[in-house]
Structure formats: structure tokens, C-alpha cells
Design a protein around this ligand. Structure first.
Ligand code: PEP
Ligand code: MG
Length: 327
């Protein structure tokens, strides 16, 4: 099976009916850049910058952040890398900030990610400078985690733009283009897309946190791991709304949660109209195999019917359709 997958490395992730799917990978450390070469993914759709903060004994200095981002961009070459600004705090509390982050009753819903970064903007400014320096002369893609309301996107973007203006004044080299994206992980944001989407260059749906909040079920609690189905109509209808809104605004939308790395779940996402998945490196070639054996159009029509009908068992229906089609 492994050898079979290896043969897929240089083949396009294209369905039988000619739909090209972008298969990107998730990463977080410098060594992950090797996986990009091994899997030949289309780029890094989620670079979790907090990993560097989590493995360090003290807050990483700007030079170290710049060096990491630059190394990742160099390794990626012409392929895009999307840097997510730090998602620390909550259950990803870093020891050297513990005094500040403190103990929380509900860390996943606590003072974390962009919430923390906007309040402690010194942290975010340093990261912005590191990203701008690393991206000098090339395209820089940045996205912000855990946005709950559109103003948080504005504030985060303004912070980076301020640093850019500072560098401009000093005649320092800058990225040629900066694309700004929002992560949709908080359900409330799905009802603010009319305000959010005109502001962003891209949207990335973090289904790990999103489903945790949709079901009110701790993603880290093994007792709940199999209790709720990613293929339930509640999740799929929710995602469909987001996809439709993005299509209407012409905003590229990616799924970057673990869901996209599981073949049947990924198939459901394609059937919803998702054309970009960012997944764990080990899943890139197996998902490519799935994509290449799929004829998408009939599945898209079937998915619409299943979700419009009450109480469909989408897992069973999709699984049967996939078996029948030899996916
Ligand atoms: C997510 O929440 O789906 C996501 C991709 O971010 P993380 O897993 O790092 O929280
Ligand atoms: Mg998340």
C-alpha cells in the first residue's frame, strides 16, 4: 500500500471528472518541510507558529522566529505557505507565560490565540516583524486563529500593517504581496460572513475547534472522541452554509482540521464543494488516491439531496455510494 501511494507523488490530485483539488499539508516545525518534499503537497496550508513557542524554554526572540519562517519559505520554494499567528494560551499554555495566562475553567474557550495576541500586542508585533522580514521579496500569507467577530480580523490585520508601514519608512525590504486570512473555528463567525468575507483574502475552516464548539464536546477528551459524527447533517449543513457564502463572495476556502485527512470525511467535503484541503502529511497521498478514484459531480448532487432531506444517515449513504463507485 505504501509503495502504491509513493507512485502517486507526482500525479495531480484530480478527480475522474477533471476537478483539480488543492492538497496542502499542515506543519509546525522546521523539519516538517521535508514532508513537503516527500509528499509533494501543493504547499503548507497551515503552519502552526505556536509550536516554536511551545517547545522553547523562553519566549522565542524575533531573530529565531524570522529564521524559522525563512527556512520554511525557502524549503517550500514556489509553493505557498500559510502562517497562522500564535495560537497559545488555553490548553496550549506556555510555561514562561503561565503567570499571565493563569488557570482557567474552560481553557479552550478562554484567553487564547488571537484574544491573547490582541491584548498582549507586543507579542504579535514581534511576530509580525518576523513574518514580514522572512517574507521579504515574496508573497506572505498570514491567517489569524480563533476569530469570533470580524473586528478581531481588522485589529490583527492593522497590527501587521502598522509594522509594514514602519518598515516602509525605513526603506526595508518587504513582501511583494501580503494575503490575509481568517480561521473559522468559532460557530458565531459563520453568521457574520457578510461582514467578514469582503475583508479577507481567504478563509480556512478549523474543523477541530469548530466541531468541538458545535457539539460542546472537548476535542481532547477520549470519552467523547467517537460520540459525535463529523458526517452528521448538523456539521455538513453548517459547512455547506460557509462554502456557499465563500462561493458567492469568491473567497477561497480551505479545510485545515483533521477531518480533511480521513478519506470518507474528505470525500464529503469535496461533495460539499470544498476544493482545498490542508491535512496531516501522512494523509496527503492516501487522500490523493481517494480524489483520483472519485467522480465528483454525481456525488455533489447526491449530497445536496441527502442534506435537504430530514435525518439522512450521510455516513452510510456516502460510504455505499463510494463503494459502488469503486472509490
Ligand atoms: C482546528 O481547530 O481545526 C485547527 C486546524 O487548529 P488547531 O488544531 O491547531 O487548533
Ligand atoms: Mg484550532
Amino acid at each position: 500500500r505504501q509503495a502504491g501511494y509513493a507512485k502517486l507523488r507526482d500525479l495531480p490530485a484530480e478527480t475522474k471528472d477533471g476537478k483539480r483539488i488543492a492538497l496542502l499539508m499542515n506543519a509546525g516545525l522546521q523539519g516538517d518541510a521535508d514532508a513537503l518534499r516527500l509528499t509533494n503537497a501543493d504547499g503548507i496550508g497551515l503552519f502552526r507558529t505556536e509550536f516554536q513557542f511551545l517547545v522553547a524554554a523562553t519566549l522565542p526572540r524575533r531573530e529565531r522566529q524570522t529564521a524559522l519562517y525563512k527556512a520554511v519559505l525557502d524549503a517550500a520554494g514556489d509553493k505557498p505557505v500559510i502562517f497562522r499567528t500564535v495560537d497559545i494560551g488555553g490548553d496550549k499554555a506556555v510555561p514562561y507565560m503561565r503567570e499571565e495566562t493563569g488557570e482557567e475553567e474552560n481553557p479552550a474557550m478562554g484567553w487564547r490565540a488571537l484574544r491573547l495576541a490582541l491584548d498582549r500586542d507586543g507579542l504579535m508585533k514581534v511576530q509580525a516583524r518576523a513574518l514580514l522580514d522572512a517574507g521579504a521579496g515574496r508573497t506572505l500569507n498570514v491567517m489569524f486563529p480563533m476569530i469570533s467577530e470580524p473586528w478581531e480580523f481588522d485589529a490583527a490585520k492593522a497590527l501587521i500593517e502598522e509594522q509594514r508601514a514602519w518598515l516602509v519608512k525605513r526603506g526595508r525590504p518587504l513582501p511583494t504581496v501580503i494575503n490575509y486570512g481568517a480561521m473559522l473555528e468559532v460557530p458565531a463567525l459563520a453568521d457574520a460572513l457578510d461582514v467578514l468575507l469582503p475583508k479577507v483574502d481567504f478563509l480556512s475552516i478549523g474543523t477541530n475547534d469548530l466541531t468541538q464548539f458545535l457539539f460542546a464536546a472537548d476535542r481532547a477528551n477520549p470519552r467523547l472522541a467517537d460520540r459525535y459524527d463529523w458526517l452528521s447533517p448538523s456539521v455538513l449543513r453548517f459547512l455547506r452554509r460557509i462554502v456557499r457564502a465563500c462561493e458567492a463572495e469568491d473567497v477561497p476556502v480551505t479545510i485545515c482540521g483533521e477531518m480533511g485527512g480521513r478519506p470518507l470525511e474528505a470525500l464529503a467535503l469535496l461533495a460539499l464543494g470544498i476544493e482545498r484541503l490542508s491535512i496531516t502529511p501522512a494523509a496527503v497521498l492516501p487522500i490523493k488516491a481517494m480524489v483520483r478514484s472519485t467522480t465528483l459531480e454525481p456525488l455533489r448532487a447526491a449530497m445536496t439531496g441527502w442534506l435537504d432531506a430530514p435525518g439522512s444517515d450521510v455516513r452510510a449513504l456516502l460510504s455505499a455510494a463510494a463503494d459502488e463507485a469503486g472509490v
